[in-house]
Design a protein around this ligand. Structure first.
Ligand SMILES: [Zn+2]
Length: 314
């Protein structure tokens, strides 16, 4: 993640005043009025301009208005208000970290940043959560915190350093969480085809030969084994768990919190038992829902998943 900005160094970084530039892509723009336009038939708040070098459309939109659309795409609108408010604070923190005056735009409108599809995605519940938290962002040691979130941690959130390397962050070290039990992905069993496993082995598949067993490394502090060892008729290969997940597909292998892998050679499959959906770092969305149902407020939910952080107005 990029270095956090120092909000206090720049008064213009108030999210209530600041505009954000979203790269929409190459498409047709029609102005509706001074505050709204159509891009490829979809209604967006703000204004649109075309980059002369690339012909791509960049929308300039006030941060809080951008959040109306984003929060409703990132968390179901029917969830408790305090969980939606926690999500709104995180989405705002993410945006404030990525404002980049040295580039033609700040964000893209997809999962690479946050899903942004304009006015039609907006909803009264999620917009109320944005308004209730207006300007609030998560901070650590005076800077915007590096935030991450995923659907269901499966029982323990993951440390950012174990997931992605880099310097360990004290507020992203991982916490036990069983508040996400209502997710259908809290526990799962999936079947992986041998051909998906061979894809994970890549060029090493030939060295392994006919697959005979898979063993998992001892898990990290959150319970996630970070390497899988494939043993076959010709040899063995130790492969990063994240590479296995990428090769199999993130829906086939919903998380890296894998507890057991059993090969079933006659079926040419491996049955895999695991927990959670997503990378598990930071905020557990189903956990926030569970915590809110026990009466926790948004600030308490964020303090639970990001210990040591504070929430302040940007
Ligand atoms: Zn959880």
């Amino acid at each position: 993640m990029p270095a956090a900005l120092r909000a206090q160094d720049d008064p213009a970084l108030s999210s209530q005043a600041q505009a954000l530039r979203v790269l929409l892509g190459k498409g047709r723009v029609q102005t509706i009025d001074a505050q709204t336009f159509l891009y490829e038939g979809r209604r967006y708040r703000g204004t649109a301009a075309v980059l002369p070098e690339t012909g791509e459309v960049v929308s300039t939109v006030p941060i809080e208005q951008y959040l109306y659309s984003v929060v409703s795409r990132e968390m179901p609108r029917s969830w408790p208000a305090e969980a939606l408010q926690a999500q709104a604070i995180l989405a705002r923190t993410y945006v404030l970290q990525r404002s980049n005056p040295n580039r033609d735009y700040d964000l893209v409108p997809s999962e690479a940043d946050q899903v942004y599809t304009g006015v039609d995605a907006e909803d009264a519940q999620t917009s109320a959560a944005v308004d209730a938290t207006a300007g609030k962002a998560l901070r650590y040691a005076g800077e915007f915190a590096s935030i991450a979130y995923s659907s269901c941690c499966g029982g323990h959130t993951e440390s950012s350093a174990d997931a992605w390397g880099g310097k360990p962050l004290p507020y992203l070290a991982g916490v036990p969480c069983d508040y996400c039990k209502d997710s259908q992905w809290y526990r799962w069993s999936q079947s992986l085809a041998f051909e998906q496993l061979r894809a994970a082995l890549g060029t090493q598949a030939a060295n392994v030969g006919d697959l005979q067993s898979i063993t998992l490394d001892p898990p990290d502090a959150s319970g996630r084994p970070l390497f899988w060892t494939f043993t076959g008729s010709s040899g063995s290969a130790r492969i990063k768990a994240s590479d296995v997940r990428r090769a199999a597909g993130t829906r086939v292998l919903p998380s890296l919190l894998v507890r057991k892998v059993d090969l079933q050679p006659t079926l040419q499959t491996a049955s895999v038992d695991g927990a959670g959906l997503g990378h598990g770092v930071g905020f557990c969305q189903w956990g926030a829902r569970g915590l809110a149902k026990t009466g926790a407020v948004s600030t308490g939910i964020l303090a639970f998943y990001f210990p040591g952080t504070t929430i302040g107005s940007s």
